[in-house]
Design a protein around this ligand. Structure first.
Ligand code: AMP
Ligand code: GLY
Length: 423
């Protein structure tokens, strides 16, 4: 079949890598893709949010499966757009409806959903410009650290955690009165700080049944030892060693089942990935956030461990036939290390020539922010490449990734040398 994949990051390159290797994939198109996805299929210059061009393309190329990588088209309602169009409604598409995508698109909606379905999460309250005085007083009633979250999508930057009450109050004013994160911070969720260790759980659901994919842990801070600014993710490992059977059982019973049941009860159409950001407090899991897509760079360690044919799995998801689909996971450990442009997550330069990509090794190199120009691969983003390796244990996998990285270079390349070291 012909498949269209939407997106252009490391996550999409990992998807493209697996989709293109499926015996069921005849032609893979990626819109808009990057220099890495161009190795797996044909890039097409269409934005992932340009629904009318996507429609035209799907019909002209006889697309039989659409896979949506990033959250933006989902939150903008691409799945509803397909459902409501007579010609497109026959094409299976992987992703939640716009209502389902609100689990990521609005933190307040997600918190209310969790409350309705008794899913463990931090206590919270939400405020707008009109209730800012209550918000300031609410902060006074809380203990440090203070967690402030812009309600809407803020490109992963909308969460601010502060130790000092005055700073937290000023931040609340900046978010609500000055719209620090644009319309995303017209509403702010303030929540209790949970102290524990984080992990991410990935679920694929067709709205009726679900499959639990491998767990992963990502490393969000720019600096070693988890210091410095937050990034989109500097590396990841899978599986998470402390996610033992007892913890996974609690996660499934207390979080995954009520989430899927909740969606069903509320008649929210959801055929796609649920990425559950969790924090383990003592021995108990709490939800920090939902995302309605796979994580990046978590995908770069989760998908390479999948032994089941990805096209079959995704088609079954979109056609509500997931129940009959077996799932098989590689027991080995996977790690990925992100190579980023110097300066990221603040200002950085693009257009640097990347060398060493041609070297053969067992590691997989997923392009995150690259483009092709005059036959050369250039940097085109903050996060540039994700180097993934598989081995019997983390240490070996990391050794492979770090040794592969030694042969790659571009001006001002930076990466963390401590991915997975805390485990
Ligand atoms: P989010 O964008 O919701 O994933 O939040 C970004 C990061 O903020 C998370 O990965 C956590 O490290 C941290 N965080 C969010 N909410 C809380 C909370 N209630 N308690 C402690 N840390 C939190
Ligand atoms: N790595 C975190 C995310 O994809 O949101």
């Amino acid at each position: 079949m012909n498949i269209l994949l939407l997106g252009s990051g490391g996550r999409e390159h990992a998807f493209a890598y697996l989709l293109s290797r499926s015996p069921r994939c005849k032609q893979l198109y990626i819109a808009p893709g990057n220099a890495g996805t161009a190795l797996e299929g044909e890039n097409v210059a269409i934005s992932a949010t340009d629904f009318s061009k996507i429609k035209e393309f799907c019909l002209s190329k006889q697309i039989s499966l659409v896979v949506v990588g990033p959250e933006e088209p989902l939150v903008k309602g691409i799945v509803d757009f397909f459902a409501q169009d007579a010609a497109l409604s026959k094409i299976p598409i992987v992703g939640p409806s716009q209502k389902g995508a609100t689990l990521e698109g609005s933190k307040e909606f997600a918190k209310e959903f969790m409350q309705r379905h008794h899913i463990p999460t931090a206590r919270y309250a939400s405020f707008t410009k009109d209730t800012i005085e209550e918000g300031l007083r609410f902060l006074e009633s809380m203990q440090a650290p203070y967690v402030l979250k812009a309600d809407g999508l803020a490109a992963g930057k909308g969460v601010v955690i502060l130790d000092n009450l005055q700073e937290a109050q000023s931040e609340l004013k900046r978010m609500l009165l000055e719209e620090k994160f644009g319309i995303a911070s017209q509403k702010v969720v303030i929540e209790e700080f949970l102290k524990g260790i984080e992990l991410s759980c990935f679920v694929l659901t067709d709205g009726q049944s679900y499959k639990i994919l491998p767990t992963a842990k990502d490393y969000k801070r720019i600096g070693e030892g988890d210091t410095g600014l937050n990034t989109g993710g500097m590396g990841a490992v899978s599986p998470v060693p402390f996610a033992n059977e007892a913890l996974m059982q609690k996660i499934e019973e207390r979080i995954i089942k009520p989430t899927i049941e909740g969606l069903k009860k509320e008649q929210i159409t959801y055929r796609g990935f649920v990425f559950i950001g969790l924090i383990k407090v003592g021995d108990d899991p709490f939800v920090i956030e939902y995302n309605v897509r796979m994580g990046d760079p978590e995908t770069e360690v989760v998908l390479p461990r999948l032994q089941t044919d990805l096209v079959t799995l995704l088609e079954a998801t979109a056609k509500e036939q997931l129940k009959d689909c077996p799932l098989s996971i590689d027991p080995r450990s996977a790690t990925t290390v992100m190579l980023v442009s110097g300066g990221y997550p603040e200002d950085y330069q693009k257009g640097k020539v990347i060398s060493g990509l041609e070297v053969q090794s067992e590691s997989l190199i997923f392009h995150a922010g690259t483009c092709l120009k005059d036959g050369k691969v250039l940097t085109a983003g903050g996060r540039v490449l994700a180097v993934t390796s598989l081995a019997d244990n983390f240490k070996e996998a990391l050794k492979k990734s770090y040794s592969r990285i030694e042969k790659i270079s571009f001006e001002n390349m930076y990466y963390r040398k401590d991915i997975g070291m805390d485990l």
